[in-house]
Design a protein around this ligand. Structure first.
Ligand code: NAD
Length: 442
């Protein structure tokens, strides 16, 4: 099948490469000239496991190509996937200007029947608006070219995006035309051979499903963070509580880990967008508002916990920061909790020595100009002479560190663990002061 993907970011690039891998002829289009130049040489602008080999292979096999030219993209693909960013607007809603820009470009360029599929996360009603914009452009050109618009929300997780895309747990499409369903069913057939459901629904329900999934997952995290606070007050261990409830099949073990809060390019903006959509239609989504507020406070209280250990005075104190990406296996720092924690510590005069296995380049641009921030080459270098270690992202390489080496490097042997990575008893026996979330300090 001939496929065009508009927007070659985390979602578009992975989607395009995976469709090419199953034999389709794919063009990825992006307005970013530098990105496209790099991609033509198989230089991947983001860190995502297995993506580089997938792009390299398919470029070599001639099934994947890159362009800045929207005309070329609309000529090529029977299906045009819109995968552009939908960032948060000032009022919390999803900013649809990039999606609408693409819709208008498509309307200006198409010459024959096309299926426009929206993969970007968009509020209910957006597919309808895209249809209107394309119709308007065709009217201006005095043409009556048939086209369809469908919704196909993306559920991939950064860090395991290629795997998620090749073996999705489900594919959801929102359509109002039988022929579109058939074509998308054929396209996705190789991905769901193991029996994952292919769910066909109306367009609005499909758009709503994506927001609901993210809101549910974020709710679980904020819920457990509240439970962690209660456990802390009572001297209970939230990790035991988590195991206790996670083994109930009605609850399940995933997304129950308490910590320094969720971040990333999706949860915060998508929950805010859902809140705004809900308010706009006259309903007050009080649970969702609390999910966001608990998450905000979680970062604040973690930074406060660190300060309190030094009786509120951290001026001149040195901290090693382990982990900056919003989660392991990505270099994505959008809305990462590390940004808040580092800013809160340095604002009060502390010096932070940062290390992340993949996000150092991104971090450099984020903390540019903050004289109290320094960057290390590895996880041990940043420990030299510090008054404390702050763990924010649970990268595998932090799981079983060389504790003796750490002890020899750190001035004060205290670990603030924002992800409850370690066993408090083990750390205490090793001679560390260990402060974590929702468990008694040792
Ligand atoms: P991204 O910022 O990584 O990539 C978006 C790309 O679109 C950029 O390369 C940008 O240059 C390009 N772009 C913007 N306007 C364009 C235009 N007019 N024409 C062509 N290209 C254009 O974003 P992302 O993380 O891939 O997310 C894309 C969408 O998918 C968002 O709506 C997001 O909410 C959703 N989503 C993201 C994830 C994720 O984990 N990142 C998961 C599921 C869904």
């Amino acid at each position: 099948m001939h496929i065009s993907v508009i927007g070659a970011g985390y979602v578009g690039l992975v989607t395009g490469a995976c469709f090419a891998e199953t034999g389709n002829d794919v063009i990825c289009m992006d307005i970013d000239k530098e990105k496209i130049e790099k991609l033509k040489q198989a230089i991947i602008p983001i860190y995502e496991p297995h993506l580089e080999e997938l792009v390299k292979n398919n470029l070599k096999e001639g099934r994947l190509s890159f362009t800045n030219d929207i005309k070329k993209a609309t000529e090529h693909g029977l299906i045009i996937f819109i995968c552009v960013n939908t960032p948060q607007d000032e009022d919390g809603s999803a900013d649809l200007k990039y999606v609408m820009h693409v819709a208008s470009d498509v309307g200006k360029a198409i010459e024959k029947y096309r299926i426009v599929v929206i993969k970007s996360t968009v509020p209910v009603g957006t597919c309808g608006k895209v249809k209107e914009v394309i119709t308007e452009e065709l009217k201006k050109r005095k043409l009556e070219i048939p086209f369809d618009v469908a919704s196909n929300p993306e559920f991939l997780k950064e860090g395991v995006a290629v795997d998620d895309c090749m073996k999705p747990e489900r594919v959801i499409i929102g359509v109002d035309e039988g022929r579109v369903e058939e074509i998308l069913r054929e396209l996705y057939a190789p991905f769901i051979r193991t029996g994952a459901p292919f769910l066909v629904m109306d367009i609005k329900s499909s758009e709503m499903t994506k927001y609901t999934a993210n809101a549910m997952l974020a709710t679980r995290i904020s819920f457990m963070n509240q439970i962690a606070h209660i456990c802390e007050k009572l001297g209970a261990d939230v990790m035991m509580v988590m195991r206790g409830i996670g083994s109930d099949s009605r609850i399940g073990p995933k997304f129950l880990f308490p910590g320094v809060g969720f971040g990333g390019s999706c949860f915060p903006k998508d929950i805010r967008a859902l809140i705004k959509t809900s308010q706009d239609c006259g309903y007050n989504p009080s649970i969702l508002e609390q999910v966001m507020e608990v998450n905000r406070l979680q970062r604040v209280s973690f930074a406060e916990k660190i300060k309190n250990f030094y009786n509120g005075d951290i001026k001149g104190k040195k901290f090693a920061i382990w982990g900056l990406a919003f989660k392991p296996n990505t270099d994505d720092m959008r809305e990462a909790p590390a940004i808040h924690v580092v800013n809160a510590l340095t604002k009060d005069g502390a010096l932070c020595y940062l290390f992340d296995p993949k996000a150092m380049e991104v971090a450099l641009s984020i903390f540019k100009g903050n004289a109290n921030v320094h960057f290390g080459k590895n996880q041990y270098e940043v420990l030299e002479g510090v008054d404390g270690l702050v763990l924010i992202t649970e990268w595998l390489s932090f799981r079983e560190p060389d504790y003796e080496r750490m002890k020899s490097l750190m001035k004060t042997r205290v670990i603030f663990d924002g992800r409850n990575q370690y066993n408090p008893r083990t750390l205490s026996n090793l001679g560390f002061h260990y402060i974590c979330i929702g468990r008694p300090d040792v």
